[in-house]
Design a protein around this ligand. Structure first.
Ligand SMILES: Nc1nc2c(ncn2[C@@H]2O[C@H](COP(=O)(O)OP(=O)(O)OP(=O)(O)O)[C@@H](O)[C@H]2O)c(=O)[nH]1
Length: 482
């Protein structure tokens, strides 16, 4: 035994020497280092024990585990009775890759609010029952006439179930005074994800309830409809289905269905009335809640409400309040969720831009969808044929994907209004005045801010994501790309 141990220790030392030497060995290992074919190699076992079972993410749970008894080897390195000795083999206790992938997708889906088939449709529990009117198809008609059975034949593989039709419902609405004027906040439920998406409707004319407005009110059909015959007028008012401005003396439930005309009873809109201005905005906790200057999201939300609230002057010199809506979608971090966005920020600090950081984390540059936004716009009667405001909408964005996605949802977009970052509009003036406001920077009602992170983000949106915005000129002249 003593002899074998000495031989092995020497060979271990020689191997270590060869591996750690400043210059690679001149002769091949085979000629300088004795064979190492012992059943238990102490060096390898020590290395594995020191590194632990999770050497890399992909090797998590791989380890040495007792295997079948080892065959008796004459020159075994350890003096353990071979009958009692269990051979250690390197085996994996990981689930197959397919199962691990599925588990991680489910976890990620939860994070991003995607409902799995096994989860209850929490958010659609209050949706009205869907009455599906099925048009008889030619084949079902024939079957009915010939009295043929429509039951699936035994043995036929079940057809994959189509995804349920998207349903949304405005659950509640209330007046919100903002620094730019009054708005109505609408909260929506849907049967696709478990997020509460929102619509900030700017239409202060409907606060008056005088019946004189030349334009139709922007109202939610699902909110104004009667949900249940047991529902009282007060129930409807409490969930926001009221007209005018609610007060201790004014409480009037809205009609259902909403009349599809302006409140003065006409269907014809002033010819020079601009289409309502809308913005589809995606949630950004960092930009909107804690005033992060890594992006311009807080500022964009503020700017959207400000622009939509601007009064409109018609050619007959009549001025009417601004009208439109911000559809606020809960798709944080361009759909990857806050957790992944935080990780992406760390990659950005290491020198990657916002697009590359997403890709490095296994996400797409943009994972958002606009189906729910389209449905909310339909519900509000904005931008589609047959709506009370059939004039189409103007959209406030630089993002060509949003425009295309909304067109696919059937939204009639008559114009796009650019969303120019305040820091690119105001920089020269601010530098001249050398005053940069810091308090309340990108929050609602805040002022312009500048910063390197913000600049990188804005430039990447133009240069890598195809946003339709001229680069801030001095940067463009320098050709700086981050
Ligand atoms: N993944 C990721 N998301 C970010 C980053 N910075 C901002 N966001 C997200 O981007 C979204 C903001 O996008 P939007 O306000 O819809 O604007 P946009 O698509 O850039 O296009 P515009 O309509 O032109 O403003 C929010 O969900 C933010 O959380 C980032 O660095 N990484």
């Amino acid at each position: 035994m003593a002899t074998t141990c000495t031989v092995d220790c020497l060979s271990d030392a020689a191997l270590l020497e060869a591996l750690t030497a400043p210059t690679p060995p001149t002769k091949p290992f085979r000629t300088t280092i004795p064979r190492r074919d012992a059943a238990l190699d102490p060096l390898l076992i020590a290395a594995a024990a020191a590194s632990g079972p999770h050497v890399t993410r992909n090797h998590y749970s791989h380890d040495f585990f007792p295997g079948p008894p080892a065959p008796v080897v004459d020159n075994a390195s350890f003096d353990i009775a071979s009958s009692a000795r269990k051979r250690l083999t390197y085996v994996s206790r990981q689930a197959p890759r397919r199962q691990r992938l599925q588990a991680s997708l489910t976890a990620e889906g939860k994070e991003n609010g995607i409902l799995r088939e096994t989860e209850p449709l929490q958010s659609s529990e209050n949706l009205p029952p869907v009455t599906k009117k099925r048009r008889p198809s030619v084949s079902s008609d024939l079957k009915a006439r010939n009295n043929l059975s429509t039951v699936t034949e035994a043995g036929a593989s079940p057809k994959p179930q189509p995804a349920p039709r998207l349903e949304i419902k405005c659950m509640a609405r209330t007046r919100i005074p903002t620094p730019h004027g009054p708005a109505f906040l609408h909260l929506y439920h849907n049967n696709k994800d478990n997020k509460e998406h929102l619509a900030v409707v700017v239409d202060p004319a409907q606060l008056e309830d005088t019946g004189n407005s030349p334009v139709p009110a922007i109202r939610s059909r699902s909110l104004d409809s009667v949900w249940d015959e047991k529902e009282t007028e007060m129930d409807r008012i409490i969930r926001g289905a009221y007209v005018g401005r609610l007060s201790s003396t004014h409480q009037k439930a809205s009609d259902s269905p909403v009349p599809s005309q302006s409140s003065n009873g006409t269907n014809t809109l002033p010819t020079d009335l601009p289409a309502p201005l809308i913005r589809i905005h995606s949630e950004c906790f960092t930009g909107e809640t804690i005033g992060s200057m890594r992006c311009d999201c807080g500022e964009q939300l503020d700017e959207a409400i400000r622009q939509i609230s601007q009064p409109i002057t018609l050619s007959n010199s009549q001025t009417i309040p601004g009208r439109g809506a911000v559809i606020y979608l809960r798709q944080e971090g361009r759909g990857i969720g806050l957790l992944s966005k935080i990780r992406a920020y760390n990659l950005q600090d290491m020198g990657h831009d916002t697009v590359t950081a997403n890709l490095m984390l296994g996400h797409k540059a943009d994972e958002r969808g606009y189906e729910i936004a389209g449905a909310i716009l339909h519900d509000l009667g904005l931008g589609f044929e047959g709506a009370s405001c059939s004039e189409g909408v103007r959209i406030l964005t630089n993002n060509p994907d949003k425009v295309e996605a909304l067109k696919k949802e059937g939204i009639n977009i008559v114009d796009r209004v650019a969303m120019v970052p305040r820091s690119w509009q105001d920089r020269t003036r601010a530098e001249e005045r050398s005053e940069v406001q810091v308090a309340g920077v990108t929050l609602i009602g805040g002022k312009t801010v500048h910063g390197d992170d913000l600049d990188k983000y804005l430039r990447t949106k133009v240069l890598r994501m195809g946003h339709m915005l001229p680069l801030w000129l001095s940067e463009a002249a320098e050709g700086v790309v981050h």
